[in-house]
Design a protein around this ligand. Structure first.
Ligand code: NAI
Length: 358
């Protein structure tokens, strides 16, 4: 019998095991020869040696895949990096190219899941549903403090109209909002965007100045890091709401805190946070949280933070697991993988995305 294909999975949760093991049984060419090791902890320079002898490593959003980690993995036999997420800002792709690793991601998994969550998060903040839930449970049916705004007729700005941005555009249209979008490579003309989504493609400055709600859906690349900073926060309509379900470092959190204090920013709904890697996806309820910026953020009555869960639906997990194993199968069979970011020593980053070294 030939030696098994060893796959080490980092940052594993119970649902990863459930969905990946179900997907494995649907890939007969892999299931008979693949041996999976599940690690609950994240991938880092300290934990990378635990992947020794594993040809493939599967990682998630807050795992570290910088050059030292990639070199450590490669030196002990790893040839394949399987991301079980769309974003690849945590991978040093140029280093992976240099080393000769194969890297593939899951570019799309239910963009509607993220778009629907974005609207849910926005409306929870806007209509104070999270506070109402607690108040009513205590027998308090007072509405003081719950006043929100009607979305119908408001201007909704979407920054980045890729898969998720467009899924959100469809929802926003249904709410009867005026839709503005900004994207340096929108994938369609202004006329097409207007015809299909009823919106207008505009410059970021116009979007910021005219929107009542701004929602971020661009990837994290050097050009978008802190795309929402002090300068751009000043350009917002006073009291506008900001939603970020994309990547934490798109927003300069300290600048957002200042804008919340002055009232320039009317509310902030976050599913992602700049320094989320230290806390998200794990229970820290019995510890002292040392991130003062995060804790300050959570003291505002008009801030809502969730722990990077916009993708978290049964449908999305099924797609993610299926695609991860499909990518591995492509590599094993020597087939061209449509989701590869680096293959045979070449960067294959989809057009419009920059290789990141950060
Ligand atoms: P996509 O690649 O389909 O679309 C991204 C769009 O952003 C592209 O049209 C691109 O041209 C545009 N863009 C690039 N630079 C820009 C800039 N400076 N200003 C405005 N637009 C810009 O990506 P997709 O699938 O829509 O995902 C977007 C992001 O959502 C991902 O990069 C990821 O970081 C995040 N995400 C978050 C999840 C969560 O659970 N919170 C789950 C999945 C993705």
């Amino acid at each position: 019998m030939s030696s098994p294909l060893k796959l080490a999975i980092f940052s594993t949760k119970s649902y990863d095991k459930t969905y990946l093991s179900t997907a494995l049984s649907a890939h007969p060419t892999l299931s008979s020869k693949t041996e999976i090791t599940y690690h609950p902890f994240p991938l880092s320079l300290d934990t990378a040696p635990l992947a020794a002898g594993h040809t493939a490593v599967c990682a998630f959003v807050n795992d570290t895949l910088d050059a030292p980690v990639l070199r450590t993995l490669h030196a002990s036999g790893t040839r394949v990096i399987l991301l079980r997420c769309a974003g690849f800002n945590n991978v040093d792709l140029p280093a992976a190219e240099e080393i000769g690793l194969f890297v593939a991601n899951v570019p799309s998994y239910s963009p509607e899941a993220v778009a629907e969550f974005t609207l849910a998060l926005l409306q929870t903040l806007n209509r104070n549903i999270h506070k109402a839930y607690n108040r009513v449970r205590e027998g308090n049916f007072n509405l003081e403090g719950f006043l929100g705004m009607t979305l119908h007729g408001k201007t909704f700005g979407i920054v980045g109209v890729g898969r998720i941005g467009l899924a959100l555009a469809r929802i926003v249209r249904g709410f009867g909002c005026r839709l503005l979008a900004s994207d340096p490579k929108p994938g369609m003309s202004g006329e097409e965007f207007k015809a299909q989504y009823g919106g207008e493609l505009v410059e970021l400055d116009t979007l910021l100045a005219e929107s009542d709600i701004v929602s971020l859906h661009c990837p994290l690349v050097p050009a978008t890091r802190h795309i929402i900073d002090t300068g751009n926060l000043r350009k917002l309509k006073k009291g506008a709401l900001l939603v970020n379900t994309s990547r934490g470092p798109l927003v300069n959190t300290k600048a957002a805190i200042e804008a919340l204090k002055s009232g320039q920013l009317g509310g902030l709904a976050l599913d992602v946070y700049e320094e989320e890697g230290a806390y998200f996806y794990n229970d820290h309820s019995n510890e002292v949280i040392h991130d003062d910026t995060l804790m300050r953020l959570m003291t505002f009555p008009n801030v809502l933070v969730c722990g990077h869960q916009a993708f978290f639906t049964r449908e999305a997990l099924t797609e993610i697991a299926g695609t991860v194993l499909g990518n591995l199968e492509d590599w094993v069979e020597g087939r061209r993988c449509v989701n590869s970011l680096v293959s045979e020593g070449h960067l294959e980053v989809p057009e419009g995305r920059e290789p990141v070294r950060m």
